[in-house]
Design a protein around this ligand. Sequence first.
Ligand code: ATP
Ligand code: MG
Length: 383
Amino acid sequence: MLEGALKVIKKFEDEKYEAYIVGGFVRDYLLDMPAYDIDITTNCLPDEVERLFPNSFVQSAKYRTVTVEMDGYHYEVTTYRSDKKFKDHRHPETKVTKTLKQDVKRRDFTINSLCLDSDLNVIDYTGGLIDLRDKIIRTVGNPMKRLSEDALRVFRAFRFASRLDFTIENNTMNAIKLNTPLLKFISKERVRTELSKTFDEPYFKKVLPIMLDAGLFKVYPDMHEAAKVLNRNYYDIDLIEFATIASYIKGEVTEEVLLSRKEIKQITQTIEYIKIFENRSLSKRFLLDVSMECIDSALKIMKIFNNEIYTKEEIQAMIDELPIQSAKDLDINGFDIKKLFKLDDSPLIKKYLDMATDAVAGGYCPNKKAKITKFLKGNKLDE
Ligand code: ATP
Ligand code: MG
């Protein structure tokens, strides 16, 4: 991937343009960490970038980013620019600039503003190399200004801290604390993407108390409660499990996290399971067709609440002992029942099926069609 990027840069240089690798790749390269994409910054304008590279397309006209292909890899090539007049504490007006130095100044943190030239020399206009060595996250320029113009940077600071085990520098941290109210301007999509990545980073456990202390969740009261609980008794969870904790405390599904319909269902089901476990009302019928994913989450969340009633092994053993694993394994179906009792599309069909399922799962009727028929006939329901 790096070789292709250097070819792209050399091509720009051959055409008398400047181009550098910039941002996340340089940071990860110098830290000897894996990187998955390379950003290139250049003084070449987007139309000309497109002309120079045959398989390229405009990724974002507003931000002047062109995706360029080289040796099967894709690179995001952006024209030098500066960002001004941020709208809604997030969206800047952008202006083309002449120098690399001006482009670097618009970047969020010093460790994200390093560049590599075509000979892999590091170019550092912001003191990023020292901060990388000292494991420090510091804004480029005045932290109050930089964090208030784009509030997403507050989330990004914690994401990088969680990934790299870096410390947020004091002035940057103070500005974060003063700017957390601006987080309400960040779209739910963005909050979700940033937080979800942060939860998955290796040092999140260490960073969570710092996030709480900084008041990061203050504008999200449901998540704030969940964060306090998780911080008291930490377990590795993902954002959906975190949203489940928030929803469980709130008594309804939280609207602070953007959720798909499927995820809402998963959260509701997990909370139902928690309640069943809490009431110790776990029945054989419940264990049929149970979602193991929701069981896992429910058990993990109960541990976080210091309320471990069942272990996964115990539940697995109960499931293994069931005569059938799913209602679908029943040796009788709706059609059989319809014929047996000469029913039309009556709700009784489902009731008989449920009765048969209970009887077979409960172990008091063998899973054989003839036996089930006999059992149902002996327990006839009124129409
Ligand atoms: P990751 O490894 O998560 O991709 P990254 O540093 O590459 O981290 P990107 O979101 O890919 O992050 O952004 C690429 C670069 O663009 C950053 O390194 C930084 O220089 C700049 N950048 C990204 N987002 C912002 C922002 N909100 N404000 C200022 N600069 C930003
Ligand atoms: Mg990146």
